[in-house]
Design a protein around this ligand. Structure first.
Ligand SMILES: [Zn+2]
Length: 126
């Protein structure tokens, strides 16, 4: 999992970059764009444990035919523990999946997990 890095130069300019995995910012990312000075501080800010949201096509395909072409499973998983997937039991429409997604916007994973159990996700489908 990546992290944000927040830098500051000795003139007080601040900037930030997102860096994948455990890597550190590249040399050029540690240079102030305003005056070319090197960063005097660099703080790593790991991602918070929030709900990652996936809308998974439920479409099947066999012998050149397809079905359920506009139905979707809805999934959430914690950003820091992506192996803990919660998935809707039945497929839903795109619009319902978007409605479900809105219910998990901007909240901590612990709250997202409670919300999932309380609403039994299919209830955000009409
Ligand atoms: Zn600067």
């Amino acid at each position: 999992m990546g992290a944000w890095w927040e830098m500051r130069c000795e003139h007080g300019h601040g900037w930030s970059v997102y860096v994948q995995e455990e890597a550190e910012p590249a040399e050029e990312q540690l240079v102030c764009k305003e005056d070319g000075l090197p960063a005097v501080t660099a703080a790593r800010l790991p991602l918070a444990d929030r709900a990652e949201i996936r809308i998974v096509p439920a479409t099947w395909e066999r012998d050149g035919k397809t079905g359920r072409t506009d139905e979707y499973f809805f999934e959430i998983r914690p950003v820091l523990h992506p192996e803990k997937v919660l998935r809707s039991g039945s497929p839903m429409s795109w619009d319902d999946a978007i409605r479900c997604a809105a219910m998990f916007r901007g909240i901590p994973w612990s709250q997202a997990e409670r919300r999932w159990r309380n609403i039994r996700v299919l209830r955000c489908a009409k």
